[in-house]
Design a protein around this ligand. Structure first.
Ligand SMILES: [Ca+2]
Ligand SMILES: [Ca+2]
Length: 110
């Protein structure tokens, strides 16, 4: 009986944890490049970024994030720059980020 309730408590803990993870994933909305690039030139400039920040305050985006995206510091964020940033943000290993960068460059070349 006692053992059963321990298992039950463990199950409840797992369920709560799973629910928390799902909730966290739902609330951690990710910036959407297509939504940011309102004029469709495949680049996000500061004006588009600012408008996106205002439209999606829950993302908590700041100018510092924009600066991170803008790898070559030309003042605009290309789709490749944005895609390259994403794996880094997720805590992936540099090799994975490099791979993603290569992949997105390949995609852009098409
Ligand atoms: Ca644009
Ligand atoms: Ca750039």
């Amino acid at each position: 009986m006692k053992r059963g309730s321990v298992v039950c408590a463990l199950c409840a803990a797992v369920v709560v944890l799973a629910a928390a993870v799902i909730a966290a994933e739902k609330t951690t909305a990710k910036p959407d490049f297509a939504k940011m690039d309102t004029n469709g030139d495949n680049k996000v400039d500061a004006t588009e970024f600012d408008a996106y920040v205002v439209a999606y305050p829950e993302l908590g985006l700041t100018k510092a994030v924009y600066d991170q995206w803008d790898v070559n510091k030309d003042g605009t964020v290309t789709h490749q720059e944005f895609e390259a940033w994403k794996p880094i943000e997720k805590g992936a290993k540099p090799a994975a980020a490099k791979k993603a960068r290569k992949k997105s460059a390949k995609r852009a070349a098409k």
